[in-house]
Design a protein around this ligand. Structure first.
Ligand SMILES: [Zn+2]
Length: 316
């Protein structure tokens, strides 16, 4: 899945194993021990980018490096604050956002908007990696490098459709080799809760619950050891409306042990919401982190509008 641009086909590894030449006349396999070859492979992956976005582009699956630095704040919040304050000061009351920031505010790559920007500004960059050259050198290098590649690289998904297609609907023979996955998913409220609204076994629990089940199986039976899930809402609703414990009841089995969940900060705290939300200090089966949610929402007309999430709901 990862190195190719589109095909879900991947070579049959047992067949390759049986037919691979040892290539002992080459300096690489003839002179260098496996430990040194492994070090060389590792350097290949480092210069190519250890975190790789997997996304759909013109209908084809492709990849590009992820530039996000862990812990880095989303500077769009600060920029929006400034634009919003300018609007309040200006007589016209209009919201002035230049094209660059407008595209950033409306990025569908969520907190990875910089990665999207870089990908769009330099579409050839993803072809400058050493993934394919290493894997296409010969059968023996393919087999060796593949293990190393999937043990080293983290795949980053920014939409549920691509994640579901790649991991649930059309996994390849290399999917079990995956070691580390990251997701930054903004989903409609109904998708996030679907498995709780239609809970009978005969009914499809929906793509979100199916993804969680697949991840749990990859941890239990295969190589997956590290998963980060950052969640947000895709529709114009407040995060406090989300029944967090319901949404995350899709996380079952062994997945929780190697899972970090990142959720928006809860800005409204009310007694009747409490059973559904994770409060500070609550025991969770996974590691829970909070992040400040974006302060605006896009509207159908295009311009951004301030998100009034701090407004308290009506007491029930
Ligand atoms: Zn990224």
């Amino acid at each position: 899945m990862m190195p190719s641009s589109s095909s879900s086909m991947s070579p049959d590894r047992p067949v390759l194993q049986a037919t691979a030449s040892l290539q002992l006349t080459s300096a690489f396999f003839g002179n260098l021990p496996l430990e040194v070859r492994e070090m060389i492979y590792s350097e290949f992956w480092v210069v190519s980018g250890l975190n790789q976005h997997v996304f759909s582009h013109d209908g084809l699956l492709t990849h590009c490096p992820c530039l996000l630095v862990p812990g880095q704040e989303d500077e769009r919040n600060d920029e929006f604050e400034e634009v919003w304050q300018n609007r309040r000061r200006s007589r016209t009351g209009s919201l002035v956002v230049d094209d660059k920031w407008s595209a950033r505010f409306s990025s569908t790559w969520n907190d990875h908007w910089r990665c999207e920007e870089e990908m769009l500004s330099d579409p050839t960059r993803r072809r400058g990696t050493l993934f394919l050259p290493a894997l296409l050198t010969c059968k023996r290098m393919y087999l060796e490098a593949l293990q190393s590649l999937y043990a080293s690289v983290t795949l980053v998904f920014i939409d549920l459709a691509t994640a579901h297609h790649s991991l649930v609907a059309s996994p390849t023979s290399t999917t079990p080799l995956l070691h580390s996955l990251q997701f930054s998913l903004a989903m409609p409220y109904d998708v996030l809760h679907q498995h709780r609204y239609y809970p009978t076994p005969a009914q499809n629990p929906g793509p979100w619950a199916e993804l969680c089940t697949t991840l749990s199986n990859l941890v239990r039976f295969d190589s997956l050891r590290r998963v980060t899930l950052r969640l947000d809402l895709a529709d114009d609703r407040n995060w406090w409306e989300v029944r967090e414990r319901w949404a995350l009841s899709a996380v079952r089995g062994m997945l929780a042990r190697c899972l970090t969940v990142q959720l928006p900060e809860v800005t409204v705290s009310l007694e009747w919401l409490r059973p559904y939300q994770y409060a500070d200090g609550d025991k969770t089966p996974f590691k829970l982190e909070r992040y400040p949610r974006l302060q605006w929402v896009g509207t159908d007309e295009g311009p951004a509008a301030c998100r009034l999430e701090f407004l308290r709901p009506v007491e029930r």
